[in-house]
Design a protein around this ligand. Structure first.
Ligand SMILES: *Cc1c(COP(=O)(O)O)cnc(C)c1O
Length: 453
């Protein structure tokens, strides 16, 4: 018989509280392996903290979402949202699965090109496209999604100069019943700017209107707003058909589907309250069948989902640095991954579980990161077993926006590995080192020397 884990006796204040309908707060099951690779082995080999991306999960997510939409609508194209996670290895998995690239800056555009994506498979979004960026995108036949009139005029000027037409769409924002409205990106539908921009494009010799785009927000918690958005785009497309006989190649419904991460203010777990992807797909696709086209062929539906495809494919392994008691008796656990690596912990209650059996005694604890800064708190309150220095925790659902929003602050960013479908583990981004950070700095000549006594 295995020896029982020793648990040191402890006196703690009892707080009485109501159970909810799912019972009392459960202790989390430990997660000791990721894709069959022991967490302990991962940290021994690659260090801690450590980001782990699962190749298998990314492919599964992508195929599943594609299947859900493709079974409802004849022509579907996914475009990977680079800003959600633009590590080359991650983007390559999506491109191997047939995804185009959706970029929101010239930096991301260049990343996609460098990875081998041709211009025509790049969707160039975002409010800030430089003249050089636009020239490149026009030259390489990218699909440029115009954000505002000044950008439209700029593109007109460039295409006149280059004597080359540009493939364009406009981004449209509209009232979809979510407030405050997301109206800062693209042309507004209700005030007529969207229709006006479309007419300006239709009457310009050098602009080819290839599509319509909207991205109504992120982590959208109900399906209805998508139905409203799709109907309004169909309205615009049919107006263009009627007045200019324009046949669009695509309708781009953006991203925004939620992942199974629970928001901070949410009482119930995400999976208990969010609609299914099938419900979102019904809402998005059903209005599209009202689109009019000359050939009778419906335009392609483009999807730019980010978080829904990658969040649960990412894990952050962290190691306990120490335990302490706060002034009010609460237990605090300090771990080696902080908000510098997990920006998203400001909004989400990521699932955080031990990587080993730590016994059945659990306690409400506060989980702090390693930074010497008060805001570095991963969770104000979490039920955790007693954990010793050197033991690991796994933070789940961190594939979206963490390795793009992480910051180099106080310490260096750690390695990222990918667990591969064949069972191996590959390094996909090395940890930073001091020379890498300081190589971009310059010391003015007169500050070169000092002597301390
Ligand atoms: C960020 C972004 C996406 C992806 O959003 P998710 O909420 O992660 O799905 C898609 N399209 C555009 C234009 C974006 O800015």
């Amino acid at each position: 018989m295995a020896k029982k884990v020793y648990e040191r006796p402890m006196i703690i204040k009892q707080y009485s509280g109501m159970m909810n309908k799912f019972g009392s707060a459960p202790a989390s099951m430990p997660l000791s392996e990721i894709d069959g690779v022991p967490v302990k082995q991962l940290t021994e080999e690659w260090g801690s903290p450590l980001f782990v991306m699962s190749e298998k999960k990314i492919r599964e997510n992508q195929r599943r979402l594609y299947r859900i939409f493709k079974s409802r609508y004849p022509s579907v194209q996914m475009a990977w949202s680079y800003k959600t996670n633009y590590l080359n290895a991650v983007c390559s998995v999506f491109h191997q699965e047939g995804s185009w690239a959706e970029v929101v800056s010239e930096f991301e555009y260049d990343r996609a090109r460098k990875l081998g994506v041709d211009g025509e498979h790049i969707i160039f979004n975002g409010p800030n496209k430089s003249v050089e960026g636009l020239q490149k995108a026009i030259h390489e036949n990218a699909k440029i999604h115009i954000d505002h009139f000044d950008e439209l005029y700029q593109i007109l000027e460039i295409t006149d100069r280059m004597k080359k037409p540009a493939n364009v769409a406009i981004r449209v924002n509209m009232d979809v019943g979510i407030y405050p409205k997301w109206d800062r990106f693209g042309f507004n539908y209700e005030n007529g700017e969207a229709a006006q921009a479309l007419k300006r494009i239709a009457t310009s010799e050098n602009l080819r209107l290839v599509g319509l785009h909207t991205h109504i927000g992120t982590y959208i918690m109900s399906a209805e707003p998508y139905r409203v958005a799709a109907s309004k785009l169909v309205e615009l497309a049919n107006m263009m058909k009627r007045e200019y006989n324009t046949d669009l190649e695509y309708i781009d419904m953006g991203g925004g589907l939620p992942s199974n991460n629970t928001l901070k203010g949410q009482y119930l777990e995400a999976e208990q309250i969010l609609p299914t992807y099938e419900q979102y797909a019904d809402a998005i696709t059903s209005p599209l069948f009202d689109l009019k086209s000359s050939s009778g062929k419906l335009p392609t539906l483009i999807l730019e989902n980010g978080r829904a495809l990658i969040d649960d494919a990412g894990f952050l392994i962290s190691t306990v640095i120490g335990n302490k008691r706060l002034s009010d008796g609460r237990r605090a656990v300090i771990v080696d991954a902080g908000v510098n690596l997990l920006f998203t912990s400001f909004w989400f209650k990521h699932k955080i579980v031990p990587a080993q059996q730590n016994g059945s005694f659990t306690e409400n604890s506060t989980l702090y990161g390693p930074l010497c800064m008060n805001i570095d708190c991963l969770r104000e309150e979490i039920v955790l077993p007693v954990m010793k220095r050197g033991e690991q925790l796994v933070i789940k659902h961190v594939g979206a926006y963490s390795v793009t929003q992480w910051m180099q602050f106080i310490s260096l960013r750690p390695k990222v590995v990918m667990t591969m479908e064949d069972g191996s583990v590959e390094l996909i981004r090395d940890s930073e080192h001091l020379d890498y950070i300081t190589s971009m700095e310059k010391i003015p000549e007169k500050l070169n020397a000092f002597s301390l006594q």
